[in-house]
Design a protein around this ligand. Structure first.
Ligand SMILES: O=C(O)CCC(=O)C(=O)O
Ligand SMILES: [Fe+2]
Length: 239
């Protein structure tokens, strides 16, 4: 089981969220839970490699990608970059924890406990308090890993019919260096109005829709920018 820190005072952050619609709350999980969650992500061997092709989401098996030749990998980078130059694009690794739980794909995996954490009454009630919206009824969730060369261009998370009230990103990389990239930017009218470093065990929460991006992870980054991320949604949770 993963536990939210008992030292957290979510009430203390409400005013800032109400004013800015975005916040970073540090030391979110108990330290032992944050470390365990980081180890869980680090030990995962099956990831999707996600990117966009002409407006559609594509997931490749990262394991398959690893067996490609250097030439094939280079070709994929060029396809990804050609679209990124002018249009929406992203390139990162993910694990669909929501689907794994809902479809019972890995019944013995601790990933199921991550679903349970973000759908616990404690987490949801904290998020309702922070966001100031009682309609939040469940959270969807995925793990992400941004490695060297990965990025997520500006977008606002708004998808018609999904009932996304707010987004959350629980950052799980110990000792991420801001010079490595992978910075979370919030934008208003092309202007970056806030930048959040993915500090270990800090959770970022922001209202949807809101423009944001994850900056390019530089070639000299060490390790992966891990997070648990998803949306706080209204409506029925249905599998
Ligand atoms: O990883 C982050 O900081 C943001 C992720 C994000 O914006 C998304 O998954 O839509
Ligand atoms: Fe997003």
């Amino acid at each position: 089981m993963y536990h939210i820190s008992e030292l957290l005072d979510i009430e203390a952050h409400k005013a800032e969220f109400a004013e800015q619609g975005v916040i970073q709350v540090r030391d979110f999980l108990r330290q032992d839970s944050a470390q365990a969650l980081h180890s869980l992500l680090e030990s995962q061997r099956e990831w999707n490699l996600a990117f966009n092709k002409l407006g559609s989401h594509v997931d490749l098996s990262y394991r398959d990608f690893c067996s490609w030749t250097e030439q094939q990998k280079k070709t994929l980078s060029e396809v990804v970059w050609a679209q990124a130059a002018t249009d929406f694009q992203y390139f990162y690794k993910s694990i669909p924890i929501f689907d794994i739980y809902a479809k019972k794909l890995l019944p013995d995996s601790d990933l199921n406990e991550v679903f349970e954490l973000v759908n616990s009454s404690e987490f949801l009630s904290m998020m309702r308090t922070l966001v100031g919206d009682d309609s939040i009824s469940f959270a969807d969730v995925q793990a992400t890993s941004f490695e060297r060369g990965h990025f997520l261009k500006e977008h606002d998370d708004n998808v018609q019919g999904k009932g996304r009230v707010a987004a959350y990103v629980l950052n799980l990389t110990p000792n991420w260096n801001s010079d490595w990239g992978g910075l979370f930017h919030v934008l208003d009218d092309q202007e970056v109005v806030k930048t959040l470093v993915p500090t270990f065990n800090a959770i970022n929460v922001f209202k949807v829709p809101r423009k944001h991006s994850v900056s390019y992870v530089t070639p000299f980054a060490r390790g992966s920018r891990f997070s648990i991320t998803g949306w706080l949604r209204r409506g029925e949770l249905s599998f």
